[in-house]
Design a protein around this ligand. Structure first.
Ligand SMILES: Cc1cc2nc3c(=O)[nH]c(=O)nc-3n(C[C@H](O)[C@H](O)[C@H](O)COP(=O)(O)O)c2cc1C
Length: 182
């Protein structure tokens, strides 16, 4: 196998999600690829450009949501990543719901929703990384298998090389070779 050096930039893949926050009492959502876990603890991070409308809402309230859209909702998801709430009202693109644990809107149409309380803020370049403790989580009942979200039913979207991809096949099982993994 021949290896070629390429530019030192991230190429993905990224899971595309919708970060949510209330801004001036209105729900606002931005598509993001810069999101993830830090371990198996109930903590998620999102990284938002400082100038985004959503960023102002996370700072204002100390809460954000992470909503996993189904790939069927890719057009609305992309729209939320194309226009800014600084100029366009995005509060009616999706139906929002709330949990008493914190002030951030979640999206009814998304199969999985996390409500997170900001526990750490890390400035990085012109972005801010918000680490949030998961204080509530929701899933569409139809997307569950034994109480856990099922990937084939959730249908997350992968972003890479300016394209969106869905996941079609399960190709293996975790910890199949059990020795030495723990
Ligand atoms: C697929 C996709 C992924 C994106 N990922 C991020 C990201 O990780 N962080 C970020 O700050 N902006 C990201 N953006 C850009 C924002 O979603 C976009 O600028 C949006 O208009 C911001 O909305 P707001 O100003 O209403 O918050 C992404 C856009 C798309 C389409």
């Amino acid at each position: 196998m021949t290896k070629t050096k390429i530019a030192n930039i991230p190429y993905g893949p990224y899971v595309t999600v919708l970060a949510g926050a209330c801004v001036n009492e209105k729900p606002n959502y931005a598509a993001i690829g810069a999101y993830g876990v830090v371990s198996q603890k109930p903590v998620l991070y999102i990284s938002l450009k400082n100038s985004h409308h959503t960023t102002a809402g996370v700072i204002e309230n100390g809460f954000f949501s992470v909503n996993i859209p189904s790939s069927d909702e890719i057009d609305k998801t992309d729209y939320c990543g194309t226009v800014t709430g600084n100029k366009v009202d995005k509060s009616n693109i999706f139906q929002s719901f709330y949990d008493e644990a914190g002030k951030a809107p979640m999206i009814k149409e998304c199969p999985v929703n996390y409500l997170c309380k900001v526990i750490q803020t890390i400035p990085i370049f012109d972005f801010t990384m918000f680490l949030g403790e998961i204080v509530a989580a929701y899933a569409n009942e139809s997307c569950l298998n034994n109480g856990r979200p099922d990937a084939a039913k959730v249908k997350p979207t992968i972003l890479m090389d300016s394209g969106y991809f869905d996941i079609n096949n399960r190709v293996g099982s975790i910890f199949k070779t059990c020795s030495g993994n723990k």
